[in-house]
Write a protein that binds this ligand. Structure first.
Ligand code: HEC
Length: 210
């Protein structure tokens, strides 16, 4: 089983006479050192990406819980609508990373739609879930060549919890009032009919590599 995340596999079986083997190893030394360095840098970037996406996840969960307790779903809509983009912008400014959140199905097509790379990773996350992987283990890091240069990109899965269903679950349940408001705000809303445990989307964050 191979996932997109396993792009850093570098081991290779080598064959040949001992002398040729030794010479080859010598010739490859600088290259190998580079790979080790690159791997360390990747690990550091991934750790940083985990911290930043974790911060956003925590801030959003706290704000959502607080708003739900204070005023129920109508109050909490503004957390997702106004506060989420604000928190993403603040984190982007303070960390230098580009911090976003995308959905497998999207409510706000301007902010939440995955690009081609993100779609591929989301499909892979879904496949991993189908194969029994835990939601919390879904993450992927990769160096991606983009028109302006190389970029480190990282994604981490977001699961649907019970608390999300008031606004992302079935429309015709007890949250009809909420969905009426949502329908007015987002006429092309597709981020509904999720069930608890479904993949809702991912935090997607990136930064340019020198
Ligand atoms: C009170 C209503 C409400 C609740 C509860 C809620 N959301 Fe949302 N969610 C929204 C709204 C509104 C948007 C669109 C925000 C925007 O305009 O960018 C949204 C957007 C999103 C997006 C961005 C992709 C898209 O569809 O535009 C993700 C991911 C997301 N929500 C995940 C969750 C998760 C996970 C939970 C539960 C922990 C949750 N939401 C709970 C209302 C809600």
């Amino acid at each position: 089983m191979r996932h997109v995340g396993e792009h850093r596999t570098t081991s290779r079986r080598t064959r040949g006479r001992p002398l040729a083997h030794g010479l080859l190893a010598l010739a490859l030394l600088p290259f190998a050192a580079n790979l080790v360095l690159a791997d360390t840098a990747m690990d550091e970037l991934e750790a940083e990406a985990m911290t930043i996406s974790g911060q956003l996840a925590e801030q959003l969960t706290d704000a959502l819980q607080e708003a739900m307790q204070r005023g129920g779903p109508p109050e909490a809509i503004s957390v997702c609508r106004d506060l989420a983009p604000q928190l993403k912008a603040e984190l982007s400014r303070s960390t230098g990373w580009r911090v976003t959140r995308v959905g497998t199905r999207v409510r706000n097509p301007l902010l939440g739609r995955p690009d081609a790379w993100e779609q591929t990773v989301l499909s892979d996350f879904q496949q991993q879930l189908d194969e029994g992987r835990a939601m919390t283990e879904l993450r992927h890091a990769e160096r991606v060549a983009e028109p302006d240069g190389e970029v480190f990109r990282f994604m981490r899965g977001i699961g649907t919890q019970d608390a999300c269903l008031a606004c992302h679950g079935e429309r015709q349940d007890r949250h009809a009032d909420t969905f009426k408001v949502l329908g007015e705000l987002y006429p092309h809303d597709q981020a509904v009919d999720y069930r608890a445990g479904d993949l809702r989307g991912a935090f997607s964050i990136s930064r340019a590599l020198e």
